[in-house]
Design a protein around this ligand. Structure first.
Ligand SMILES: [Zn+2]
Length: 581
């Protein structure tokens, strides 16, 4: 068992008193400060860890929900549960998933309208495949097709006063460029099974989730389960190109049907389980960063390149890019950022949690005002936590990346119009407004240096100017899903049910903590449908490292993880059905 460090609260430190009254020499003050610093940062922390003083604050910051098993069962349900762990089911499951991978439901960036562009038609084949593969689902649940290819399944519950459970996944996959096909160990749409993995595009993002949901529901029907709480499945078909056609139509439809926050819980694709600080963690995404792409155009006079000015549009644009890169955002852990909660969970439960982080966490919890809000103050905890690497740092840091640039058309002509695009992923606690004002202030410095007019975010381009505009894909950071828990998981909250289901499947050694996503899923359209949104990939094979090569060559999923996805969905639907909220 991991030692519960979190219950040991560090005591207030003795401060040197009345230093000014006896006017010590500067050297004396420095010496005292050094001793104090040493005591504070080294001996006292360690002494307290060694001698386990009684805790002052016994309230755990990261309580864990007990494993949650459905209490209502039947013989059929029990034997189906056993069957889900059998080789027979495993083989059937491989076949179902492989078959789904073989339908190449690629969504391309340049697709035109549904019904016009024939490349959408592959989704007819996918819907046919699902109806053949899951006959009970298609006989029992109501299926509505929204905007032609979005699939919305409804299994009405016997108690209409209960808000529905909503499970999501997307049917589409990232395209496989022809140039990369030869790099795949097994052809990308083969669904090849090598004894451990099912290979192919979509195997882990996220046909595993979609097929896993349908397999669980098929099994529930076969075992005679009939829900008390309505179950809804919604499958978009263009998540990989931002969900305009699928989720963008499904979400308003659902909100109209069930009302604002009319759905009890949403589970969509998302974070998978990880090992960290010597422990196993499930970190379902309860937040998503925001995003804004800023287009910047530098307009300067053209002319013959044989008589150039000292600086032309490309040079000025380059200077602005350099300035943007020289002024990155600092790591900052907002009180609402789930990563802060994860740190508290680590401090409380993980033996290998770094002592420096623990010390900074403690210091922070003593401050009444929380973290610094403004860019001029440094969040020492965030800075220290960011040292774990960029994957961690950008969970609580706004990222800035210049991704696209063009300017000039001829070697003998000066560039009149230079354009570049800056992508931002916005930290929790910040906003598109703050990002736009920051980049505008940097552009203003360059504009005044070269006597150019700055037109920030009002859309008019003129000669001798720097113009900024935000693309309409801009997105604020997502609302944070509540993560309150209660010992009685069935009464507490959707987070408790999710936690309890997960710990029932993987055991008590696995801890559940709130997580955050750097990217966005289809749930970006569902904020009004439910306030309890989780982005979570519950299937986990500890032997499989990484994310299963999503979005690149050799995408694959471990069958063990896939079967566990089915078992998790099976348990979650039943636990939600028994919950009292
Ligand atoms: Zn996905």
């Amino acid at each position: 068992m991991a030692k519960n460090w979190g219950k040991q609260t560090l005591a207030e430190l003795p401060r040197p008193r009345n230093v000014s009254t006896y006017r010590p020499s500067l050297r004396g003050v420095v010496f005292l400060l050094a001793i104090w610093y040493l005591l504070h940062n080294y001996f006292i922390d360690r002494a307290q860890l060694l001698f386990s003083k009684p805790p002052i604050n016994t309230e755990p910051r990261c309580p864990q929900v007990e494993p949650l098993h459905p209490s209502k069962s039947t013989q059929e349900l029990d034997s189906m549960e056993d069957y889900l762990q059998s080789d027979e089911f495993r083989n059937k499951s491989i076949e179902r998933l492989a078959g789904a991978v073989r339908v190449p439901t690629q969504s391309f960036d340049d697709l035109s309208d549904v019904g016009v562009d024939p490349r959408w038609d592959i989704f007819y084949s996918f819907a046919d495949y699902l109806s053949k593969t899951f006959p009970l689902v298609h006989n029992t649940l109501q299926l509505e097709k929204i905007n032609t290819h979005a699939l919305l399944y409804t299994w009405p519950g016997s108690d209409p006063s209960l808000k529905p459970t909503l499970l999501m996944a997307h049917q589409d996959v990232v395209p496989v460029p022809d140039s990369t096909v030869s790099q795949w160990t097994h052809p990308p749409f083969s669904g090849y099974y090598d004894g451990t993995f099912v290979w192919g595009r979509g195997a882990s993002d996220c046909k595993n989730q979609l097929i896993g949901i349908l397999e669980a529901v098929e099994a529930l029907i076969e075992a005679g389960f009939s829900p008390r709480r309505t179950l809804v499945l919604s499958f978009g078909f263009d998540e990989e190109i931002s969900g305009q056609e699928g989720a963008n139509h499904l979400a308003p439809f659902l909100q109209k049907r069930y009302g604002h926050n009319g759905v009890a819980v949403i589970v969509d694709e998302g974070a998978v389980n990880v090992e960290s600080w010597g422990m196993d963690w499930a970190i379902p995404g309860v937040a998503e960063k925001g995003a804004v792409d800023v287009d910047i155009v530098v307009r300067m006079p053209g002319g013959h390149s044989s008589i150039p000015p000292k600086h032309n549009g490309i040079g000025v644009a380059s200077e602005l890019i350099t300035l943007i890169e020289a002024n990155p955002y600092e790591p900052l852990l907002d009180e609402e950022n789930p990563y802060l909660e994860l740190l508290y969970c680590g401090a409380e439960h993980a033996a290998n949690f770094p002592s420096k982080l623990k010390h900074l966490l403690h210091k922070r919890s003593q401050q009444s005002s929380g973290t610094c809000k403004k860019s001029h103050c440094k969040d020492h905890l965030a800075v220290e936590a960011a040292k774990a690497g960029p994957e961690v740092k950008y969970l609580f840091t706004t990222s800035v990346a210049v991704d696209i640039i063009s300017g000039g058309i001829k070697t003998n002509a000066l560039p009149e119009r230079t354009h570049f695009t800056v992508n931002h992923r916005i930290n929790i606690g910040s906003s598109t407004k703050e990002i736009m004002s920051h980049i505008a202030s940097l552009a203003a410095q360059i504009a005044s240096r070269y006597n150019l007019t700055l037109t920030p975010f009002n859309g008019t381009e003129s000669p001798n100017s720097i113009t900024l505009s935000a693309r309409d894909t801009l997105l604020e950071p997502a609302p944070i899903t509540p993560t309150t828990t209660n010992r009685n998981a069935k009464k507490a909250s959707p987070f408790s049910v999710l936690s309890g289901t997960t710990r029932a499947l993987y055991g008590k050694e696995l801890l559940v903590a709130p997580g955050i996503m750097t990217g966005n899923t289809d749930t970006r359209y569902y904020w009004g449908v439910s306030e309890h949104i989780f982005r979570y990939g519950p299937g986990w094979d500890k032997q499989q490292k990484g994310l299963g090569n999503i979005h690149t060559v050799d995408e694959r999923v471990g069958v063990r993880a896939h079967v566990d996805t089915v078992r998790w969905m099976w348990g979650f639907v039943r636990n939600m059905d028994e919950a009292d909220f």
